[in-house]
Write a protein that binds this ligand. Structure first.
Ligand code: FMN
Length: 339
């Protein structure tokens, strides 16, 4: 029987339980990616709340990527001391730290966004190197792992989508060619930082006509398995579904995650709408999925895992209203996380 509080051993990563804070953008970083006390406080509170690992909010691998405001960055060595401190706050509470490496979009020297199909092959190789350099910085900072963000129509998610990628070079066309960017990033990160756990967040489906569908996502996950990925977090476009009710409509990517866990020999993390301990454990026991990740419930209650463990609570208070997307520092409008 699986219990959410089982310790789990993954490649290069020990987790004290099966609960992971899924990447959640706080929007608190300065334009250059600098972070300070408000960010440290949020991450320390989350770590103290009992999750097994925290995946940081998306952390851009580029200095000139302005896709979202307040993005963290690991694009420059000068940022290393600040992110090292972030990791220390997380580790102080016996929690693992994973940096979510992302690219919103590629911008040229004049800060103009370059569409995926207009990038030269050399630009694509440059992007691969930016991910690898950021992973090297993450390792220097002390992170236990990195997550390649290939979901939610961020750059990599668009790049692997047949709806967007119409390139005619080695990085476009067939599924294999579109997935090559992920496999090259994975290969080079594993070579450069062999001690890091390397995970990926991927769309189960783009949920849009002509986009990545479940069969193709599964095919790409099998390629990632062959490339040595250490775990896969299953998500999808339509990322943060509203109106989730405990025991009614939890775990909206669960079917694909379970199917994937049956087909690949890689630990699967399933995100999306987990709200009650009972449903979470039922799903873990009815599938080969190993880990569950949460975002909004931990915005409202960073100490939810501790409440589950003590028995103080068995259901998250989050009502999935999505107001946290629009508040300063993405606080919950009900609990008002202080900074
Ligand atoms: C305020 C906010 C910020 C988010 N930022 C990120 C992010 O940086 N990277 C990411 O992959 N997903 C991000 N997400 C999506 C969550 O990680 C998660 O996939 C989604 O909300 C579903 O999980 P939940 O039902 O537990 O919230 C964010 C969600 C919210 C609400």
């Amino acid at each position: 029987m699986k219990n959410i509080f089982d310790a789990v051993e993954l490649k290069n990563l020990h987790l004290k339980n099966r609960l992971i804070r899924s990447a959640t953008w706080e929007g608190l970083a300065e334009t250059d990616g600098s972070i300070g006390d408000d960010t440290y406080k949020i991450y320390h509170e989350l770590a103290a709340g009992g999750v097994g690992a925290i995946i940081t909010g998306f952390t851009s691998v580029a200095t000139n990527d302005f896709y979202f405001g307040g993005m963290m960055r690991l694009s420059d060595n000068k940022l290393i001391p600040q992110y090292k401190k972030l990791v220390e706050f997380i580790h102080a509470e016996n929690c693992a730290a994973i940096s979510q490496l992302a690219l919103g979009a590629f911008y040229d020297k004049n800060f103009v966004e370059v569409p995926e199909n207009n990038l030269s092959t050399e630009n694509v190789r440059e992007i691969i190197k930016m991910f690898v350099d950021a992973a090297i910085r993450a390792e220097i900072c002390g992170f236990d792992g990195v997550q390649i963000h290939a979901a939610h129509f961020f750059f990599l998610s668009r790049f692997i989508s047949p709806l967007i990628n119409h390139r005619s070079d080695e990085f476009g066309g067939s599924t294999e060619n579109r997935a090559k960017i992920l496999l090259d990033i994975l290969r080079d990160i594993k070579t450069s930082t062999p001690k890091l756990h390397v995970t990926i967040k991927i769309n189960s489906s783009d949920f849009t006509g002509g986009g990545l569908n479940e069969n193709e996502s599964l095919e790409i996950c099998k390629m990632l398995e062959a490339g040595g990925i250490d775990s896969i977090e299953v998500s999808g476009n339509g990322t943060s579904v509203g109106g989730i009710k405990a025991g009614v409509n939890e775990g909206y990517f669960a079917d694909f995650a379970a199917r994937l866990a049956d087909e690949v020999n890689v630990p699967i993390i399933c995100v999306g709408g987990w709200r009650s301990r009972e449903v979470m454990e039922k799903f873990l026991n009815q599938s080969n999925v190993e880990l569950l990740s949460l975002s909004r419930p931990l915005v409202r209650e960073p100490d939810l895992p501790k409440k589950f463990l003590s028995g103080e609570s068995s259901v998250a208070k989050c009502v999935s209203c999505n107001a946290c997307y629009r508040t300063p520092a993405h606080r919950c409008i009900f609990s008002g996380r202080r900074s």
